[in-house]
Ligand binder design. Structure first.
Ligand code: NAP
Length: 259
C-alpha cells in the first residue's frame, strides 16, 4: 500500500476569516494563510470582482478552500453574518480572525482641518469595525488551542506623523483593545495581537501622496524601500500558527526599522 509522506501544513483544517482581503495587505494575508493550509473567507466592502479573483487564485484544486463574503465591518449585523457565512461555508468553527479592513483619509488633514464626517468615517471603520469584529471573534472563535485574533494597526502609533491624527488615533484605540482582549480571553487558548506595518505599497498608501512624500517614506526606512504586502503576511502567518502561541497581547511592528 502506498504511504503518504506529506507533512501536515501548519494551518491545515483551520478556518480563517480575513477582512479587507480583496486587495492590499489583506489579500496577501489571505493567500499566505491559504498557503499554510487554512481555508479562508475573503471579506470585502465593495470590490467583489477583486475578491473573487483572490478566491480563484486559491481554489485551483477540486475542493473549495476559499469563499468570498461582502460585509461592512462597521455594521454589527454584517459582521455577525460574516462569521455565520464562515462557519457554514466550511462546516467548522472559526480558528483565526484577521482584521485587515481599514480606511485612511487621503487628504491627510491636520486636526485643525479635519471634518467631523471624516473623523467619524475613520473611527467607524477602523475603531468601531475592529471592536465589532473582535467582539464577534471573542465569542465565536474555537476554544482550547489554535484560536487567533490578529488586528492590523499601524506603526504611525509610534511615529505620530502630522496629517494622520484621526487615522492614528483610531488604530491606537485598536491597539489598546487588543491588549485588553488578550487578558480577557484568559483560559480560552485564544491569543490576540496587533500587527502594525509601516508604509506598504498598496492603494491606501499611494492615495493622495505626492512623489516626494513617497520618496520620503523610502528614505526614512533603514532598508531603503517601501514595504511590500508580502513583508507583512508572514508575520501574521507566524502569529496564526501554533509556533506563535506565546506571542499574546502584543503589538508587532513590521516596518523595516522605520520606527
Ligand atoms: N498600506 C500601508 O502603508 C499600511 C500601513 C500600516 C497599516 N496599514 C493597515 O493595513 C490594513 C490594510 O491596508 P491596505 O493598505 O491593504 O489597504 P487597501 O489596499 O486600501 O485595502 C483596504 C481593504 O479594506 C476593505 N475595506 C475598506 N473598508 C471596509 C469596510 N467598511 N468593511 C469591510 N472591508 C473594508 C477594502 O475592501 P474593497 O476592496 O471592497 O474596498 C479592501 O479590501 C488597514 O487596516 C491599514 O490601516 C496599512
Amino acid at each position: 500500500m502506498a504511504t503518504s509522506n506529506a507533512v501536515p501544513q501548519p494551518l491545515q483544517d483551520r478556518v480563517a476569516i480575513v477582512t479587507g482581503a480583496s486587495r492590499g495587505i489583506g489579500r496577501a494575508i489571505a493567500l499566505h494563510l491559504s498557503s499554510l493550509g487554512a481555508k479562508v473567507v475573503i471579506n470585502y466592502a465593495s470590490n467583489s470582482a477583486q475578491a473573487e479573483t483572490v478566491a480563484a487564485q486559491i481554489n485551483t484544486g477540486s475542493t473549495v478552500r476559499a469563499v468570498t463574503f461582502q460585509a461592512d465591518i462597521s455594521d454589527p449585523d454584517q459582521v455577525k453574518s460574516l462569521f455565520d457565512a464562515a462557519e457554514s461555508a466550511f462546516s467548522s468553527s472559526i480558528h483565526i480572525f484577521v482584521n485587515s479592513a481599514g480606511v485612511l483619509d487621503s487628504k491627510y488633514p491636520p486636526i485643525a482641518n479635519t471634518t467631523i464626517d471624516d473623523f467619524d468615517q475613520t473611527f467607524s471603520v477602523n475603531a468601531r469595525g475592529a471592536f465589532l469584529c473582535c467582539r464577534e471573534a471573542a465569542n465565536r472563535i474555537k476554544r482550547g488551542g489554535g484560536g487567533r485574533i490578529i488586528c492590523l494597526t499601524t506603526s504611525l502609533v509610534a511615529s505620530l506623523k502630522p496629517g494622520y491624527a484621526a487615522y492614528t488615533a483610531s488604530k491606537a484605540a485598536v491597539e489598546a483593545m487588543v491588549k485588553i482582549l488578550a487578558k480577557e480571553l484568559k483560559g480560552t487558548g485564544i491569543t490576540a495581537n496587533a500587527v502594525a506595518p509601516g508604509p506598504v505599497a498598496t492603494e491606501m498608501f499611494f492615495a493622495g501622496k505626492t512623489e516626494e512624500a513617497v520618496k520620503r517614506a523610502v528614505v526614512e526606512c533603514p532598508l531603503g524601500r517601501l514595504g511590500e504586502t508580502e513583508d507583512v503576511a508572514p508575520v501574521v502567518g507566524f502569529l496564526a500558527s501554533d509556533a506563535g502561541e506565546w506571542v499574546n497581547g502584543q503589538i508587532i511592528r513590521a516596518n523595516g526599522g522605520y520606527v
